[in-house]
Ligand binder design. Structure first.
Ligand SMILES: [Zn+2]
Length: 320
């Protein structure tokens, strides 16, 4: 089984671009780090757990001395079946992590010198999958909730995004079909602490059914009142940054099918905006590449169901 990255590895992670380049100068450097992150430095056979192994196939695989089973460095991780050196992946992680505004598939293609856009696209989606942390604490104790329409040039193609934001803190974003009570209930249930105090606008579906026991203040403001003191300032600020990011970095080219993946990336970055040394974000991304299960191309392409968790269509969920 894989484990979360040990603390000393995290503390020891490069803090600047120069340090990063020196630390991960060769493929052997990257492999050593990968092995440290994945197995605490001592690779174990995937079948019998023995640590009596030797490397074969140019160091990409090791073979068990006890049972003969062969384990690849990347099998069972997000990088399973990659044919590219880890050094290239580390480079890509560095690029996506250190640019405050992220990176488009076109940018990545150019930087990495990939022949095809499709390769860049699939890399970016794997890296993006590594930017979601599964163990996220719910938001609290003061949370604003709101919705926004994003994407699509002009009205009809816009997509609904649910927003929950701590005052001056973390945000969560969910692509949704609707903002009815059941959908908001599911969103709040997964993202907002049960004892949080919630501020919303006057939308009727923010109520006791959708918000449960949480203390709720519905504030209806005129434009003038909002200009003077916006009750949903953090949400509105987040939404405007999100729209700018989708238009800027991604030229507004984000389709509804993958919108949730982009929202996750935005939230990941946004929630780490105060992290000292953006290079350290790269450590978290590598950690997730190690601990997350493989995401085959097929899943990337057919990712829709996973990204519709909050849809009001109850067949999708299994989540209540
Ligand atoms: Zn074995």
């Amino acid at each position: 089984m894989t484990q979360a990255m040990p603390d000393d590895l995290w503390r020891d992670f490069p803090k600047t671009a120069t340090e990063f380049e020196a630390r991960f100068a060769t493929e052997a450097d990257c492999r050593a780090y990968w092995i440290a992150a994945r197995w605490g430095g001592e690779p174990a056979c995937a079948r019998c757990r023995s640590t009596r192994v030797w490397t074969i196939r140019d160091g990409t695989t090791f073979e068990c001395a006890e049972c003969g089973h062969q384990t690849s460095l990347t099998s069972g991780t997000l990088l399973e079946k990659t044919r590219k050196p880890l050094k290239m992946w580390f480079r890509a992680v560095f690029e996506i992590s250190t640019r405050r505004t992220g990176i488009s598939a076109k940018d990545l293609q150019r930087i990495m010198g990939f022949g095809s856009y499709k390769t860049a696209w699939s890399w970016l989606h794997k890296l993006r999958a590594a930017m979601v942390r599964p163990d996220r604490e719910p938001l609290g104790p003061f949370v604003e909730m709101d919705e926004a329409l994003v994407g699509g040039k002009g009205g009809p193609n816009k997509e609904l995004v649910l927003v929950a934001a701590e005052a001056g803190g973390r945000v969560r974003l969910a692509h949704a079909d609707t903002n009815d009570e059941a959908t908001l209930e599911r969103f709040a249930g997964g993202q907002v602490a049960a004892d949080a105090r919630v501020v919303t606008d006057g939308l009727a579906s923010y109520n006791e059914q959708s918000l449960g026991e949480r203390r709720h203040q519905a504030i209806v403001q005129s434009k003038a009142e909002r200009r003077a003191k916006d009750a949903l300032q953090t949400c509105h600020w987040t939404i405007s940054l999100l729209k700018r990011w989708l238009l800027g970095t991604h030229a507004g080219a984000v389709g509804p099918k993958y919108l949730q993946a982009y929202l996750d990336e935005f939230a990941f970055r946004h929630n780490r905006r105060k992290t000292k040394g953006t290079v350290r974000i790269a450590a978290r991304v590598i950690e997730q590449l190690v601990v997350r299960a493989p995401l085959p191309m097929r899943t990337l392409i057919d990712a829709t169901p996973r990204y519709r968790w909050f849809a009001s269509d109850h067949r999708v969920a299994g989540l209540s």
